[in-house]
Ligand binder design. Sequence first.
Ligand code: SF4
Length: 376
Amino acid sequence: MPPPRTRGTALRQRLAELRGPDVPAKALDARALAALAANPGCRRRAILDGAGVNKASLASALGSPSAFGQSQFALTRGNAFEKRVKADGGAELLRLVHEKLDRGAEPPSDAQVPELTAIGPEGRTARTALALREATAAGAWTLLDHPMLSLDVAGSPAFLEPDAVVVHPDGSWTVVEIKSFPMLDGSADPAKVGAAARQAAVYVLALEGVAAHLIPPSRVRHHVLLVCPKDFSNLPTASAVDVRKQRAVTARQLARLTRVQDIADGLPEGTCFSPDLPADELTAAVESVPATYAPECLSACELAFHCRDRSRTEGAVTSLGRSVRAELGGLTTVDDVLAAAHGQAGDPEDPAVAALRRAAALRAEVLRAEQGAACR
Ligand code: SF4
């Protein structure tokens, strides 16, 4: 077996081939990782994300463009708010961290804001790890603005960039998420807070990887700071969000992802996902990787319209939802389900088949009764 470094280089080459010649890799962000972890059985998404394929461009090239992404207006507004929150060396941001998470510590003044620029994501990750180590040893309030973290995802590194990480005087670390949705009277839309918490949980996991390498290991706080505009103003307000549950779920789901290397090894020679390829060639490449479509994909993956069409064409029961799929056991297509319900296929001892036959018999009885009533 080749040494790990050689294996890593070979995998990177293979992933670059899958992406296509001269197609730059799209970095995985925490939002994408949280969505990937929500559907750990989908090998298609795992290999596309692992290879850094731009799924939005791929979906357009396949003729099923995604309805994803923030509007330019929302992006501009979000960036302006983040700039305001971090103004003056992050004074307001650090005040909020102190107020919401660490009132016992001395108030932050003259906090350090280390320079984190370096070449490439690997360089920035190393620079961030060094800054964290130095700040922890110094025992002073420190703000890391857009640090770079790395997380192993299905055997290959994903680079992540939280809005900020704060080092407390006791050496513990807090993830900060800055969002542009409003916090009204101290609370925000629970769905948006939930999505932000899942994203922050991914950063917490990545940060724990850095913390574990320090001697002694540092502590990553499991309460993150969510900063939003207060009411309808652009003044920042914040709340501490407990992400222990999201962290545990994401860690479990990421551990279940099939290794990217294994999926890549199973693909036909010459497979390529470049959006420049003709649509039929691209469709064949995408279809060569199994997918597990579920309606939840519509809010989490750029390829959802393509996969939904395929799933419907194949009559797959997954398009009806995960709970229906789970109830149907080994019956994977609508045709199988109908045949089982009408007694043309299936083991009558199978609880799913028995339930379908009972339901079909009841339906037939109701229809007969209705027809009888109509004739009278
Ligand atoms: S939309 Fe397709 S590729 Fe994306 S997660 Fe769902 S099944 Fe997988």
